[in-house]
Ligand binder design. Sequence first.
Ligand SMILES: [Zn+2]
Length: 312
Amino acid sequence: MKSARAFPLLLILFVIAILVAILVAVRPFTPMTEVSPVFSPSGLDAVKPAGSPSPVDSKRVQPRADRPAPALRNPVIAPAGSRDEGVVEFKVVNGLAIAQGDLLLGSTDEVLPGGKGHSEAAPVRFWETPEIPYSIHPEIPEPQRQKIEKAIAYLKQKTPVHLIPYEGQRDAIIFEAGNEHCISVLGKAGGLQPIRLDRDCGTQEVLHEIMHSLGFPHEQSRRDRDQYVEILWPNIEERYRDQYSVLPEIWMEAFRGSRFDTHSIMMYRTDTFSTHPGLATMKSLTADPIQPVADGLSAEDILRLGRLFKTN
Ligand SMILES: [Zn+2]
């Protein structure tokens, strides 16, 4: 009788022991499912080194460009319209010094008369290889994301430039939302450099900004431009005239060995910044009309990229 009563008790104890053993075994896994969302918001610290086999991690990386943008070097406060050979005129928008409408020079805290000034032009740095890491910040809406991806796919198809997913590399291009229209640094800044886009920036503008980040300034600002085009100053809206300035020699490196191209994606259209619709802001001085490519890059742009990355 005694052992018959003890049997159910032993059975219950046995079941409890099994349950405890299961709980102990499962417990170490529980915190991992609780912790994982912590990695998702941004956390550069959570980034695995380049070459990480896990594609999931790269999706979790949502970096912003380095903030604040590097401070502007040697800002020179000079009256608007001053034309020193080595300096670039800029306007301050949201604390960012921007030259020629879309070239981000850096951040500045200085309060400048009229919100503009001049800065000594720093030499352009170039990317060492055409494989350039990039990331699109999640604040960029889906339709625009697709436009960026389209520009990147175009480059991969037509040129040596191959933008590769950012996986924690030191230098990268970060596409992020901004309200300064479409802006980019000229050349490689070092670190995480922004291409800031507002909602109106389409595929062609994204391509144009990527070309800036590869080191190409505006075509009509080349030092030899007066041989090829005439700037029709009175037809340009006054607040945009600085966009037609000739840029310093040290910014011309990307154009080296390349003819003036009136079809380049870096060339403005003749109706851009016109005081009146239909009024041309530039006139060709050659048989070649000013007709920047409307879809993709010009043949010369593609040649230039080959030359830049020595694949021609
Ligand atoms: Zn531009």
